[in-house]
Design a protein around this ligand. Sequence first.
Ligand code: FES
Length: 171
Amino acid sequence: MADNELPPLDDEKGQWDTEAVSRRKVLGALFWGVAGLGGVATLGTAGRFLVGNALEPKAQRWVELGTAADFPTGKVQRHVYSITVADAWRDSERRGVLYAYTDDNEEFVVLDGTCTHLGCSVQWQEDADHFACPCHAGFFTREGEVVSGPPPRPLQRVDAKVENGIVKVLV
Ligand code: FES
């Protein structure tokens, strides 16, 4: 302890007040403890800001699309889903658009309706038998393959299964 940090000397006792030293140490420890917690909280918040949703769990959840027998054979149907996903910080809602079809009501093809170029929503055009992206004129086949335009990849295929007569997709 430096001389300029010594506690006041009690004249009657003629020695240093050890209680004052003890209080000072406790206060110092409290100060650094609180400062340390504040620093950790600040770093945690800054880290969360920088990382954003990158660490958000990709929910692997089976979502029901409907009864398999009710799917009209050979017809592409649009489905909107909404699920709540939780990460370590919060719950959030995730929505998506899927396109599903079947040729035999047993095997189902399900495509994510998000364009692989810049993420716009594609639309199924029955008459033209293709998916069209309105943003930059991207086109995809019924199977999701790129026909023309800027999309670099096919539409993402989504896992699907039929369980007890119900079509389920993994989103
Ligand atoms: S976002 Fe679909 S073509 Fe650009």
